[in-house]
Design a protein around this ligand. Structure first.
Ligand SMILES: Cc1cc2nc3c(=O)[nH]c(=O)nc-3n(C[C@H](O)[C@H](O)[C@H](O)COP(=O)(O)OP(=O)(O)OC[C@H]3O[C@@H](n4cnc5c(N)ncnc54)[C@H](O)[C@@H]3O)c2cc1C
Ligand code: FES
Length: 362
């Protein structure tokens, strides 16, 4: 079944920082937008005649906020983020694909737990939604947000976080970490989240049993890698760390691709053109995929309408199950070990590596 598309009217645009806007949407009365905290919307844009789609996490909570919103931070040279920051107006309509994504969690009013959210830059967006939903839906749980930014001016939701801290003084703690601090700054820590700083900060947070403590991480790839390394160095449970990535630089993507090609060779797999079958929305598509292209890339070039959003192996919108043959992924972080074991693949970063590949997409 293909995904539902909505035409969402822009209700309001708020400049959060000089690099980021919050886009608040009307909620269509005839077809209200259903979403869970941590999920993202895919915006379908047309920029100078070119169709472009990008994923943006909902920064609002369905349990708290009347209108759904996303926050878009400028990326240097980025097409969609700068277009939205520069040209989007109140009253405009944007086509979006229904909320998707697995960076969600459960809420249970009888639970008492500590959710530690580790955010960097625009990575605050899904965490903000989880933060608000947890405070609203779990009256006994506490939330700590460790929020890393370059400087004071780049902190998104500064005022909203202050208000929430006042409202939930005994259940929410926000810890700011800045690379460059203002003179006489006493509101947080300076530096990067290496193991020394992370340890220092964690010691200041309320301590619940490890079984009651959950960690959620979203930020730039460098920050996420650093936090994961810090977790290893501090002996913290990596299995309790849930992650969402917004993307990697072209250089990192190329490095990962080169490593995958090398590993495939060692395993005796041959990169060449293979004929594959994809089953989606009741139709079967059979096509050749050249070695230097991904399955999704090839399908789209042939006007085969498969589902996708980020096109970089981050969001799982293109996920399908490989029921026959061998597919190798350039990036598999977004899939859980169980999903990988069950044969799930991401067509946007997937390459067939044997004859007889069949992929079924729900
Ligand atoms: C699940 C998901 C949720 C997301 N949620 C948000 C959100 O809430 N807010 C938000 O602002 N963005 C979010 N993003 C990122 C967003 O989808 C776009 O990737 C981002 O806005 C850049 O798009 P662009 O068209 O401006 O840049 P592009 O034109 O795609 O890229 C411009 C240049 O920047 C590089 N680049 C792009 N993204 C990155 C990156 N992350 N790290 C390093 N280099 C990069 C590109 O490779 C290219 O060189 C999310 C991404 C995913 C996958
Ligand atoms: S389109 Fe996002 S993971 Fe493939």
């Amino acid at each position: 079944m293909s995904n539902t598309h909505y035409q969402l009217k822009v209700r309001n645009i708020v400049s959060e920082t000089d690099q980021a806007i919050v886009i608040e949407f009307e909620n269509p009365a005839n077809q209200p937008l259903a979403y869970q905290s941590g999920q993202f919307l895919t915006l379908l844009l047309n920029i100078d005649g070119e169709p472009i789609r990008r994923a943006y996490s909902l920064c609002t909570s369905p349990a708290v906020d009347e209108f759904p919103a996303v926050t878009v931070k400028r990326v240097a040279g980025g097409k969609a983020s700068n277009y939205l920051n520069d040209h989007l107006k109140k009253g405009d309509t944007i086509e979006v694909i229904e909320a998707q994504g697995m960076f969600t969690t459960e809420y249970d009013a009888s639970q008492k737990r500590h959710r530690i959210l580790l955010g960097g830059g625009s990575g605050i967006t899904p965490l903000m939604s989880i933060l608000k939903s947890t405070l609203q839906k779990e009256p006994q749980s506490i939330v700590s947000l460790i929020y890393a930014n370059q400087n004071n001016a780049s902190v998104i939701f500064k005022k909203q976080l202050e208000d929430l801290q006042n409202q939930y003084a005994d259940r929410l703690k926000v810890v700011h970490v800045l690379e460059k601090t203002p003179l006489l700054w006493s509101k947080g820590y300076k530096g990067r989240l290496d193991s020394k700083l992370l340890k220092k900060i964690l010691q200041t947070l309320p301590a619940l049993e490890p079984s009651q403590t959950e960690y959620y991480l979203c930020g730039p790839s460098g920050m996420m890698q650093q936090v994961e390394t810090s977790f290893q160095e501090l002996g913290l449970p990596l299995e309790s760390l849930r992650k969402e990535s917004f993307g990697v630089s072209p250089q990192e993507a190329a490095e990962k691709r080169a490593a995958v090609v090398e590993k495939s060779k060692e395993e005796g797999l041959i990169a060449q053109t293979y004929n594959i079958k994809v089953i989606y929305a009741g139709e079967e598509f059979v096509f050749d995929v050249p070695a230097d292209q991904t399955i999704l890339e090839t399908a789209l070039k042939q006007d085969i309408d498969l589902p996708f959003s980020c096109q970089s192996g981050m969001c799982t919108a293109c996920m399908g199950r490989c029921t026959s043959g061998k597919v190798v992924l350039d990036e598999e972080d977004a899939l859980t070990p169980k999903e990988l074991e069950q044969g799930y693949v991401l067509t946007c970063v997937g390459h067939p590596m044997s004859e007889g590949v069949v992929i079924e997409i729900d």
